[in-house]
Design a protein around this ligand. Sequence first.
Ligand SMILES: Cc1ncc(COP(=O)(O)O)c(C=O)c1O
Length: 391
Amino acid sequence: MSIATPSVSFQPNGLLRSIPPYVFWELEARKHAHRAAGRTLLDLGIGSPDQPVPEVVVSHLQEAAGRRELSAYPPFRGHPELLAAASDYLFDRFGVATDPTRHFVSVAGSKEGLTELILALCEPGDVVLVPEIYYPVYVRASQLARAEPVLVPFTADGRLDLDAVDPALVARARVLIANYPCNPTTATVELADYARLVQFARAHGVLLVSDLAYAELGFDGYRPPSALQVPGAMDCTVELHTASKSFNMASFRVGFVVGNADVISALDTYRSNTGYGSASLPQIGAAAAFRNYRDIVPPIVAEYARRRDALVTAFTEAGWAPVTPKATMYLWQSIPAGFDDWGWVEHCMTTHGVVVTPGLAFGEAGRGRFRMSFVQPAEKLTDAARALARG
Ligand SMILES: Cc1ncc(COP(=O)(O)O)c(C=O)c1O
């Protein structure tokens, strides 16, 4: 007896099909093609930390792995050890007082947290104000919520030029996203800049979402501030923190959202309908990291600073004019004349075996620039920069 094979085909739904392919996928595909052709690549494309997970995190995890209660479903809002550690961290690092039971939700990384936040808050047709050069999930999550991402131009010094946004769009805005230190531009702000954003959010009934993914990666004494340091910010602000960059824990997928209690409650409602909370073990690891950030962070930052200096020196010696970043783990500069974005990326891979990220991965306003991540030792970065600068 033969069984007829039904002719069914399955596709992503119309909403997903309407969203253009992710540029980082395209970059992945191109890397695979080069590797399949036998080329060895130095990958500076993705900002995935290569330094080790801190010892104190490893030892806490070894002990936690045997803890019987950690095999049960986790509490929805987060494990109390992480929430308490996060609250203490915010006070010690930024002087921000929070209530671990009301102001926090632990999330599986800030990328996931941002998406959930936007899905929890936005109605179709709402406007989400996004920096014009942006971490891609800001726009994609808005599209998934059927909200309208509206790009906010930067001023020459990398601040958000909110006066340039059409007031009719501001009137429909539900969320304003800020990302300082900025990936990919590396722009930084001072507290006064956050005060302006908080004031805008309050005046327009908008939620300020501060993505502080690079909270600890400041150089030469620069320490990124938190938007929650602005007096009264809790009225209209939430902030995302992550263990990925500060503590080399990108694969653990753990971070937290902190801020306005009503927004946290909305996020909790969304998450409790779709999941079971974040995995407990990564939260225990992150709790150890946030508790010990004063010891963990300096050597990690010192290594990134060495790498930054190696890249900047090599490009400068070759006659380029790189801007020395004050924060993040990236160098962001112009693509040499004669190349478009993908042309330059292909050239770097084919001729020099170096993977860089095209600026258009961060939106049209990023076109003509490229990003290099400090995720290899300084000597390799020097070689890569010298090779690229040769053309
Ligand atoms: C600005 C920014 N926000 C969020 C993320 C996501 O980090 P996580 O690993 O916490 O999801 C990244 C990762 O590169 C980022 O650059």
